[in-house]
Write a new protein. Structure first.
Length: 480
């Protein structure tokens, strides 16, 4: 790789200092940041270069703890610079142009660590001042719209200044090692691909559970809700990796083409079927924890947003016709974890008709594991006395390695021009179209907003959603 100029809009903000600077620190430490690269922070504040370097190093010490190396930090700081930039002010941009001159001589990465409301102004200014050469890249964070219409508007803004091949839309779930491992687990192992279809799989569960409440995001989450904040992006990405067909090759567009086909094949949720497909809820007090409305009582917030959603998704494709995918996510649940549970159909042999179901369980966080649950004869018992035996591979067992943060992996991909783990525009629009259909249906149906105790695993209605199909949410404790 050649030397890069990495430019952060919002260079003094929490995202930049908490996530992006640590990511670049480790890339630099591990020799993955090209020699001669420069890192520029932009913000409205009047800050000297030395003060900015000091601020970044103090945050690195705070967030990295024992992983911080003072000598590495001091040399890393020499790459850092700062410029004051008032985004709407035309004159401010001359400072950036002077810093990058001659523009295009080096590859440029622009990272939008600012609210989406500023995307349009930034992109317009970059284009107006000829700061968008073909060898520049633009990295943008969610939320990329709050519905199909606003997502199209955001893309129109980005595409006026940059080609699709230059735009990197980040979903940090795609930077997780365990999520990236789903594709090789499926397609590099012939025995997996042979059984990964409707003939063998009964149903699939995807869970992302959080123990935290709404924290400082109450105003946004109350307006957007957990459906738009989590299902539309993080869980949708996992769903696509679990359900997609094999890419024709390893190229970014080959992988992303298959993801789009999955989203396009999602059966619409409508007024006629929403009660059989969606449960929404909000946490109340429980287990010595406050309820949602108690937490926001002193804020000017309506208090109508859902903090829990469970969705039964059906994919109308040859591979998955008739196989339900159950997605659930929520705040203030009893445990923090993310996992995929693939449950297989009962054995065809009537001799073992009562055998426990086979399962493959992919742990995404906090542990990176793959477990295979098999029906086996119990030791010293009769041949028909079967029980679960779990064969688990902990991908980190015995490895004294540091797993890169998702932002570190994704920034490394941006530097190399790899777009496989970034979301393409057509996928964003297809996912919003499906989500908008759900929201339209639940408004028309006046879908109940159930309640659940903080510290539980969600409302009883979520259990009933699966029970209607003869299923239950997977629980390791219940299986044991």
């Amino acid at each position: 790789m050649t030397a890069l100029d990495i430019v952060f809009f919002g260079g003094t903000g929490d995202l930049c200092l908490r996530k992006l600077m640590p990511a670049l620190y480790f890339l630099y430490r591990d020799g993955k940041l090209p020699m001669g690269s420069r890192i520029l922070g932009l913000s409205r504040g009047h800050v000297s270069r030395a003060d900015y370097q000091y601020q970044v190093l103090e945050k690195l010490k705070l967030y990295l703890g024992e992983k911080y190396d003072g000598e590495v930090g001091r040399t890393f700081a020499t790459l850092l610079d700062y410029r004051e930039l008032d985004i709407p002010d035309q004159k401010s941009w001359a400072t950036l142009k002077d810093y990058l001159a001659p523009v295009g001589a080096r590859e440029i990465i622009y990272y939008m660590a600012v609210p989406p409301t500023l995307f349009g102004t930034v992109c317009a200014q970059l284009k107006q001042h000829d700061l968008n050469p073909i060898n520049s890249r633009l990295v943008v964070e969610k939320p990329l719209g709050e519905d199909e219409q606003s997502a199209e508007a955001v893309n129109d803004i980005l595409s006026t200044s940059f080609e699709e091949s230059q735009i990197y839309r980040i979903d940090h779930y795609l930077g997780k090692e365990a999520v990236q491992n789903i594709l090789p687990f499926r397609f590099a192992n012939r025995m997996m691909e042979a059984i990964w279809n409707r003939d063998h799989i009964d149903h699939v569960e995807i869970t992302v559970a959080e123990t935290v409440g709404v924290e400082g995001r109450a105003a946004f989450l109350d307006r957007a809700g957990i459906l738009r904040d989590m299902i539309q992006n993080h869980l949708m990405q996992v769903l696509c990796f679990v359900a997609m067909d094999a890419p024709t090759d390893g190229s970014a567009d080959s992988i992303r083409d298959q993801k789009v086909r999955v989203v396009d094949a999602l059966r619409p949720v409508t007024l006629d079927n929403i009660h059989d497909h969606v449960v929404r809820a909000q946490y109340g007090p429980g287990n010595a924890q406050p309820g949602y409305r108690q937490e926001i009582a002193d804020q000017d917030i309506a208090g109508t947003g859902e903090t829990y959603v469970a969705v039964k998704a059906l994919i109308d494709s040859e591979r998955w016709q008739g196989v339900p995918f159950y997605l659930r996510t929520g705040k203030r649940l009893s445990a923090r974890y993310a996992e995929v549970v693939v449950t297989f159909k009962a054995p065809e042999s009537t001799a073992y008709a009562g055998a426990p179901a086979n399962r493959i369980i992919i742990g995404l966080q906090p542990d990176m594991t793959i477990s295979c649950s098999m029906a086996m004869k119990q030791v010293l018992k009769s041949a028909d006395d079967l029980g679960h035996h779990n064969f688990t591979d902990d991908m980190l067992a015995g490895e004294a390695v540091r797993i890169p943060d998702a932002y570190e992996k994704l920034l490394g991909d941006v530097m190399q021009g790899h777009q496989a783990y970034f979301v393409r525009h057509d996928e964003i629009i297809a996912s919003w179209k499906w989500i908008d259909g759900i929201r339209k249906a639940w408004v028309a149906a006046d879908l109940p907003l159930h309640s659940y105790e903080a510290g539980s695993m969600g409302p009883e209605a979520s259990d009933a959603l699966l029970a209607a199909d003869g299923h239950t949410w997977y629980s390791k404790e219940k299986e044991i």
